[in-house]
Design a binder for this molecule. Structure first.
Ligand SMILES: [Cu+2]
Length: 568
């Protein structure tokens, strides 16, 4: 019980010198018209401020989501099927068809979706280093799309970026040779202005690369039986309307795009996975629009991080959490005891922005993702090997850098420029090592993704990279105010150098990307020139970009001279 003590206000005696008014008639002061207007205006301001505070307060209270302990894991995790393929004249050929569908995603009613070879999401493609592959991508939708091979080193014309549009009814057949280490890559549309919508509705899948060097080396002891002890975990947040349709509305206070209030794994709501082996390898993919995940075990137990975006780490790292910004991948090995149940959880990610934006960008959110259910007896698994992949720090040396490029992320622009499909922003010479300094200037969550290349994270705000950034990366979270320095080298391969077909670099928060936070780079042979303007394919979309984007610093490409301070 609460006791409140109230002190009565002291009685105020009349001022000794105050003139006495007529008895029974208090003095009346007449307000001037100006004063009345001011009073009314004051009331309006107070009401308005009160309303804004109330609306922000309600939005603030609603903005944080937690499903910790509240998810009933009632459905077996769907594992995307491995895509069938055939070998034609030495080329491994896959077929993918983008089509409309309807899926049970756990909403109150079936959800209209799009998918590849199915209603929602797509099969897992798998190919080995050294193999020549072709994917016949058929568009059975009634809208244009593209299909980009995220993390893949391949010629720009095969990249599936905004320039390689596939019109309804058409088939596009990119062909290339797998020329990079074993890795967990993925594919998704990259149509300028429509990427967020098409990914959100269901166009995405994994592309696993194998490497004979792994199969013949110590890393062969990693769990590798697909769907049994080597399992894709595609994380995507969704919101639904009452009638089952996907809701892609962003909060009006959010500086990012769609943030769903539920997280599906491989399209499964409330999933569990029966585990029959002592160790299970989870290939985590953040396939979300804007949400950043910080994944670990709900009980705080450690996992072994064995791979990042571009492949296996040089050695496993024991970690409690792995941060994944949109587009990122990580491979973790979880060790279970017989009969154990372990919940994979996303903890509130530290986004490093102001508290308001932190909250409205999902920085206070917690999600239970997947329950691992170990059977009563478990088949033995080998220990996680000590030696896995190549070390970026042993491969790319800052002393070899010939120049430094800077990328300033702000609003929906990079270096003050909004995406223009006809403009070449950067010209990079193949084989040259460069330092790329990426800085977020606007106190908003962003990340940075570069096509065709796997880079080394040198440091973040002067600090060495955390374990989840210590391997090969193609995507990196950019915390405002902390310079993220990358060491980048585009490798020579058949078809890489092409002065008139660009690769993309961009923020991988898909809504930001669609709104113009993207630039184009071409890779040239030493001494080769590149045009500042390139042809744009017919039918290219020109979405409306933020009118307040900073003015460009010119239209020419940056073909930077060697850095006088580089190469020290
Ligand atoms: Cu962004």
């Amino acid at each position: 019980m609460t006791t409140t003590t109230t002190t009565p206000p002291p009685a105020v005696p009349p001022h000794p010198g105050a003139p006495a008014g007529p008895p029974g008639r208090p003095p009346r002061r007449r307000r001037s018209p100006l004063a009345r207007v001011l009073v009314v205006l004051g009331l309006v301001v107070v009401l308005f401020v009160g309303a804004v505070v109330a609306v922000v307060g309600v939005a603030w209270a609603r903005a944080a989501t937690s499903t910790a302990g509240a998810v009933e894991f009632t459905r077996p995790l769907a594992v995307p099927p491995l895509a069938e393929s055939r070998v034609e004249d030495g080329v491994r050929v896959f077929e993918l068809e983008a089509r409309e569908g309807v899926a049970d995603l756990g909403a109150a009613a079936p959800t209209p979706t799009i998918g590849l070879n199915g209603d929602h999401l797509g099969p897992t493609l798998r190919a080995a280093r050294g193999e020549r592959v072709r994917v016949d991508v058929t568009n059975a939708l009634d809208e244009t799309t593209t299909l980009h091979w995220h993390g893949m080193h391949l010629p720009p014309a095969m990249d599936g970026g905004p320039h390689q549009m596939v019109e309804p009814g058409e088939t596009w057949s990119p062909t290339w040779t797998i020329d990079q280490p074993a890795a967990t890559l993925w594919y998704h549309p990259h149509l300028h202005g429509q990427t967020a919508s098409q990914v959100y509705r269901g166009l995405a899948g994994m592309f696993l690369l194998d490497d004979p060097a792994v199969a013949d080396g110590p890393a062969a002891d990693l769990p590798h039986e697909y769907g049994v002890d080597d399992v894709p975990v595609i994380l995507q947040d969704k919101s639904f309307h009452a009638d089952g349709r996907l809701d892609d509305a962003a909060s009006f206070l959010s500086p990012v795009g769609t943030l769903g209030d539920t997280v599906l794994v491989n399209g499964t709501p409330g999933p569990y996975l029966d585990v029959t082996t002592e160790r299970v390898r989870l290939r985590l993919l953040n396939g979300s629009d804007s949400r950043v995940y910080d994944v670990g075990l709900a009980d705080g137990g450690a996992v072994q991080l064995v791979g990042t975006d571009g492949g296996l780490l040089p050695a496993p790292r024991t970690v409690e959490r792995v941060r994944l910004s949109p587009g990122d991948r990580a491979e973790v090995v979880v060790t279970l005891a017989p009969g154990q149940r372990a919940v994979l959880r996303s903890f509130p990610p530290e986004l490093g922005v102001n508290p308001l934006f932190e909250r409205f960008s999902g920085g206070d959110d917690t999600f239970d993702l997947l329950e691992l259910r170990a059977t009563g007896t478990l088949a033995p698994s080998p220990a996680v090997p000590d030696a896995l992949g190549t070390d970026p720090a042993g491969t790319l040396d800052e002393a070899d850098a010939v120049r430094t490029r800077t990328f300033r992320l702000s609003g929906r622009s990079i270096n003050g420029r909004s995406m223009d499909m006809s403009r070449v922003d950067e010209v990079v010479t193949v084989g040259e090592t460069e330092v790329w300094e990426v800085t977020g200037l606007d106190d908003t969550p962003h990340n940075f993704h570069v096509h065709d290349v796997q880079f080394r994270v040198l440091d973040v705000g002067g600090e060495p990279p955390t374990p989840d950034l210590s391997g090969w990366q193609d995507t990196v979270y950019v915390q405002p105010g902390r310079v993220t320095r990358l060491l980048v080298r585009f490798e020579a391969s058949e078809g890489t150098t092409d002065p008139s077909t660009p690769y993309m670099f961009h923020c991988h928060l898909l809504t930001h990307e669609d709104q113009g936070m993207m630039g184009q780079l071409v890779v040239v042979a030493p001494g080769e020139q590149a045009p500042s303007r390139i042809d744009v394919p017919e039918g290219a979309t020109h979405p409306d970009h933020d009118a307040d984007a900073l003015p460009g610093d010119g239209t020419g490409p940056r073909h930077l001279a060697p850095d006088p301070h580089g190469g020290h």
